[in-house]
Write a protein that binds this ligand. Structure first.
Ligand code: ZN
Length: 158
């Protein structure tokens, strides 16, 4: 448990205890469900997209502490961002989470999300931490079928 405790930094624990934007959206323009069969995490991300900007976002569901905290932090981060900025954040976050031991990432761009950087050392947790983000990206791209985190956790070249 000691390595896991390191993972649960204060920010992460706080988001798990008091998830932000944990609610349904009345006027969502897109929403999508995500499922991580490995852990049983389920999340529904709903957002309001106006003129290409995420003006409101909420999530619901149930899952482990990491999946919940990560989804909560994701909603805080992308609110007010454009669709393109949200895609860039996805890439930056994914790069941090799937980086090799000596891999680099951009802490300035990621801000508070850096609290989750330690997850990179726990491959079994990568799908948990990425679930909310995969679901967000699917929703932004107009995907309708449930996103399942079945694909390889390492990004293929190119
Ligand atoms: Zn999980």
């Amino acid at each position: 448990m000691s390595d896991l405790r390191e993972l649960y930094q204060e920010t992460v624990m706080d988001h798990n205890r008091r998830p932000r934007n944990f609610r349904a959206l009345d006027e969502a323009t897109c929403s999508l469900e995500g499922y991580n069969p490995l852990c049983g995490d389920r999340v529904i991300v709903a957002l309001k997209l106006e003129d290409g900007v995420v003006t409101d976002i909420g999530f619901q569901g149930s899952g482990c502490a990491i999946s919940k905290a990560s989804a909560s932090m994701m909603t805080e981060t992308v609110k007010g961002k454009t669709r393109e900025e949200a895609e860039e954040l996805f890439q930056g976050f994914h790069q941090m989470i799937t980086r090799p031991d000596d891999g680099d990432y951009d802490p300035e761009m990621l801000g508070d999300l850096e609290a989750l950087a330690g997850v990179a050392e726990y491959p079994t947790r990568i799908k948990c931490v990425m679930l909310g983000w995969h679901t967000l990206r699917g929703a932004l791209r107009g995907q309708r079928e449930t996103v399942a985190t079945e694909e390889s956790s390492r990004m293929s070249e190119g």
